[in-house]
Write a protein that binds this ligand. Structure first.
Ligand code: 9G3
Length: 549
């Protein structure tokens, strides 16, 4: 394409509200434009890349046997009433009313719709398993949209749903989809980890998130430095070090006032409340309570810290207080505990003898340096951007929405479901976060908007224009996708735009055009500069350069 005819409105200045690199360069490179908070247009360059990401996703989805369909973004409110989620979700679920006063949910996800779509016909084990997917715009009215496409209010998602007669069949589809996701993100050139994640309000069990590694990421991943173990910080299990010294049990002593021992010899009391009771968690003062682990242990969805002014006496096991403790305390002897309510410090505390603990469990956040739960290496932390997730949904939606099938014994059972999402807009941003330098983007060749950026330094010069036109024809004839900067702009502007846009190969037609000499270089090897070559070796040189990227 001739750049003089393309709509690529690059920006010299960094937009003030663009905090992340991807947000900055997608705006400055003329890939996207904001229309409202969290709502963007994909301009021709940006949309070209979205379509390349979608093409990779379609190939991998089709390979799993999932069938592509397209469901509406306007979802009848009745469906969300059936699933009970109309009232569960607050303002984040965008709703609208049509001219007849009927309510709709703007699709934030597709579980309700797809279940209503299949429940009339997917009614026999003979028709199972079956998987469908769509690539569709999703709406979520985020309170604080930020970082451009990373957290938008309207975004493009691939969402897939699978239907099964048995758990084994779901398990098979889950791991097939898991592998398809690894293929997708590897083909996108992303550095990512599949992490064990908390299924949270989604019900179901088994769930993994695919996290693209990036400093700007909102999630913290705990991963092993010597295996592919990785988990969301909330989910990462802690394996206790076997404490060599056996526990010595000495008589409990107490003295008034605070204690001065080091944090890892001291026990802390942390108070929480659930919807129905007060929870007291004892743990080492050097550790932090992982509230998700407490929720999962109690099987509740709400665990909130209790304000300090109401904390009762930790050692008087008051009525209605459930006392839990982190497993680490089992290998802590001669511990100290400062009981605020009495202003007394107890020493030689033995957590089994003195704390009336109902249950010892893994309740703390994992820390860097902890042994990896799989026994290989130690835990490190990294920030991640969640770009995909795979869920075993179970029968959460088929039960509430009456999607039943006749099993082999002729019994009516709710369909067993899985759901699988990829944030396509987010994936675009994650790629930019991982592939840029201070001058602009550096697209992996599988996704670049064009293979080659051909720059005519001075289009008014007939030799340079004629040679550029010839090379453009030659390269296109050899199947390369070329963006030809034929604009009457100053060279400095052209080079700056080329670095912003970030096509893998750069070719410059300048002063030596008359001698059929041009310059070639890669955007990735920008710092190394370009090298001069004869034009007759050009297509070979481009193919060679691309093969190395
Ligand atoms: C909503 C709103 C926001 C939401 C949801 C529903 C997240 C919601 C979870 C999922 C689970 C899977 C299919 C593709 C893969 C992910 N945020 N989730 O259900 F109404 Cl406003 O979307 N859905």
């Amino acid at each position: 394409m001739r750049q003089s005819q393309m709509f690529i409105p690059t920006l010299k200045e960094v937009p003030s509200d663009a905090e992340s690199a991807s947000h900055q360069f997608l705006l400055r490179g003329g890939f996207i434009r904001q229309n409202a908070a969290g709502i963007y247009s994909y301009l021709p360059l940006g949309y070209k890349i979205i379509k390349k990401i979608e093409a990779i996703i379609r190939e991998e989805m089709d390979r799993t046997g999932a069938q592509e369909l397209l469901m509406p973004a306007m979802q009848p409110a009745e469906l969300w009433h059936e699933s009970g989620r109309w009232d569960v979700y607050g303002p984040e679920l965008m709703r609208l009313k049509d001219r007849h006063g009927r309510y709709f949910a703007m699709g934030a996800t597709g579980e309700e719709l797809v279940t209503s779509l299949v429940r009339d016909s997917l009614n026999s084990y003979k028709k199972l398993p079956m998987s469908v997917y769509q690539i569709q715009t999703k709406y979520r009215d985020e309170k604080r949209p930020r970082f451009g496409l990373l957290r938008g209010r309207e975004f493009i998602m691939k969402d897939a749903y699978s239907f099964h007669a048995t758990e084994e069949s779901l398990d098979e589809a889950y791991w097939k989809m898991f592998q398809a996701y690894k293929n997708v993100f590897e083909r996108c050139g992303l550095k990512f980890r599949a992490v064990l994640a908390d299924s949270g309000a989604m019900g179901g069990k088994d769930t993994h998130e695919f996290q693209a590694l990036a400093e700007i990421g909102e999630d913290t991943i705990a991963y092993s430095d010597q295996s592919d173990f990785a988990a969301n910080l909330e989910m990462a299990p802690v394996v206790t070090r076997k404490n060599s010294s056996e526990r010595k049990i000495l008589p409990l002593e107490k003295k008034s006032g605070k204690t001065t021992v080091s944090n890892d010899r001291m026990i802390s009391a942390r108070w929480f409340k659930t919807r129905v009771e007060t929870i007291l968690v004892f743990l080492k003062a050097s550790d932090e309570v992982n509230d998700v682990k407490v929720k999962n242990l109690l099987g509740t969805d709400l665990v909130e810290p209790l304000k300090s002014e109401h904390t009762p006496d930790a050692l008087q096991a008051a009525e209605g207080v459930r006392i839990l403790a982190d497993q680490e305390l089992l290998s802590l002897s001669q511990a100290e505990f400062y009981n605020e309510a009495e202003d007394m410090t107890y020493s030689n505390v033995d957590s089994e003898r003195d704390l009336h603990v109902e249950k010892f469990a893994d309740l703390r956040f994992v820390k860097e340096g902890d042994p990896s739960p799989d026994g290989k290496g130690t835990i490190q932390f990294a920030k991640g951007i969640e770009i995909g997730q795979v869920f075993k949904l179970g029968t959460k939606y088929s039960e509430t929405m009456g999607a039943l099938f006749l099993d082999e014994e002729g019994k009516n059972k709710p369909l067993i479901m899985g759901c699988y999402g990829i944030g396509i807009s987010r994936t675009l941003s994650a790629i930019c976060e991982q592939y840029h330098d201070e001058k602009g983007l550096i697209w992996p060749k599988s996704l670049a908007p064009f293979d080659v950026h051909l720059i005519t330094v001075n289009p008014k010069n007939d030799e340079q224009s004629a040679l550029s036109k010839k090379l453009y024809g030659e390269l296109s004839g050899h199947g390369f996708d070329v963006l030809w900067d034929d604009r009457r702009e100053r060279p400095g502007v052209k080079f700056a735009d080329s670095e912003l846009i970030g096509c893998p190969v750069q070719i410059v037609v300048g002063k030596k055009a008359g001698d059929s000499i041009i310059e070639i270089g890669s955007r990735k090897g920008q710092a190394a500069g370009r090298k001069e070559i004869q034009t007759d070796g050009l297509t070979g040189a481009v193919a060679e350069l691309l093969s190395q990227l």
